[in-house]
Design a protein around this ligand. Structure first.
Ligand code: GDP
Length: 354
């Protein structure tokens, strides 16, 4: 499955501008059968210079980067949880995403009206948070009567009811579910409620182009990622050479979107491993800490089920030695078993039997 990130934010903060920039970089989603192909979904390659290097070394028939799905989630305005704007329609879209990226307006532009009349990023963040918390409270309130009823029959459900009640009280104070202190097993108990405020959040500060290096206030405990949506949309229109020159003139080394994708990986504890062969060089996404069979399962469930072993070359060794044969000759091709914990950048080949 592709990592999917929902883009939310108040109206006129630059969501569409950013989303349009993203989709200019879209990959052919037909090559990624697990991706959703809908007008509000953009399937974007994860930028990775290591994959480019592997492709140069292996000269495969095709190169397949890992992808991220960005979902443009419209309709989140103050009052959305009670039916304002598109009302609850946006909720269905958000629920399926792995993380939420909130675009926050920092840019000042007299010509672009702010829904509340003034540019006030922290107040906008509060507005969105309130809507998400209210939507979750609604979910919890609907779930509780049923849970309580079930708990009368099945005593083992007692702790779950208590937990959901504690969560309800917490969210009634305006807090996001994710901020409540919980043990891992408690988190797991809440999973099937699909709460929006349990999802990791990224904040994108949409700043003016002359303020890309400005200091940003901490939001919700993290520093937001500065992006200028207008610049991103212009860069997306340019040929690579011109784009690089334009970015340089702004003091940037790469599009802001790259940083956004990297941050999402970090936030979600994800990493990449590679497969490299004549047919295809490809980057795959897996959890940090995943063992070899789980990683094999990212490619195909048969690979996991019938996992025998993995041949592994670290990316740095591959980069240095340049071929699989040379890596093998240098003793840098390792045979790893079921307990092997995959390292970011591993170039892997799985042996399996089903
Ligand atoms: P959305 O409602 O959040 O999707 O916002 P849009 O992307 O439609 O942007 C609203 C308006 O703000 C449009 O006129 C954009 O051209 C403008 N806009 C978006 N990003 C920027 C930016 O970084 N700087 C400036 N000056 N204007 C922007």
């Amino acid at each position: 499955m592709a990592l999917s990130i929902g883009i939310v934010g108040l109206p006129n903060v630059g969501k569409s501008t950013l989303f349009t920039a993203l989709t200019k970089n879209e990959v052919a989603a037909s090559n990624y059968p697990f991706c959703t192909i809908e007008p509000n979904v953009g399937v974007v390659a994860v930028p990775d210079s290591r994959l480019d290097r592997l492709a140069e070394l292996v000269t495969p028939q095709r190169v397949m980067p890992a992808v991220v799905e960005f979902v443009d989630i419209a309709g989140l305005v103050a009052g959305a949880s009670s039916g304002e704007g598109l009302g609850n329609k946006f909720l269905a879209n958000i629920r399926e995403t792995d993380a939420i990226a909130e675009v926050v307006r920092f840019f000042k532009d007299e010509d672009v009206v702010h829904v509340d009349g003034k540019v006030d990023p922290l107040s906008d963040v509060e507005t969105i948070k309130t809507e998400l918390v209210l939507a979750d409270l609604d979910t919890v309130e609907r779930a509780l009567p049923r849970l309580r009823k079930d708990a009368m029959r099945d005593k083992t459900l007692g702790p779950r009811v208590a937990l959901v009640e504690r969560l309800q009280a917490w969210m009634e104070q305006g807090h996001r579910a994710r901020r409540m202190e919980m043990a891992d097993h408690e988190c797991a108990m809440l999973r099937d409620l699909h709460l929006l405020t349990m999802k990791p959040m990224l904040y994108i500060a949409n700043v003016s182009e002359d303020e890309l290096d400005r200091e940003l206030p901490v939001i919700d405990g993290v520093t937001p990622i500065a992006i200028c949506a207008k610049v991103e949309s212009e860069v997306a229109e340019l040929e690579p050479v011109d784009a690089a020159e334009y970015l340089e003139s702004l003091g940037l080394t790469e599009p802001g979107l790259n940083g956004l994708i990297r941050e999402a990986y970090r936030l979600l504890g994800l990493q990449s491993f590679f497969t490299a062969g004549e047919k295809e060089a490809r980057a795959w996404t897996v959890r940090i800490g995943a063992k070899a069979p789980e990683s094999a399962g990212v490619i195909h469930s048969d690979f996991e089920r019938g996992f025998i072993k993995a041949e592994v070359i670290s990316y740095t060794d591959y980069d240095e030695l340049e071929t699989e044969a040379a890596a093998k000759a240098a003793g840098k091709l390792r045979i790893e078993g079921k307990e092997y914990v995959v390292v970011d950048g591993d170039v892997m080949h799985f042996r399996f039997n089903v």
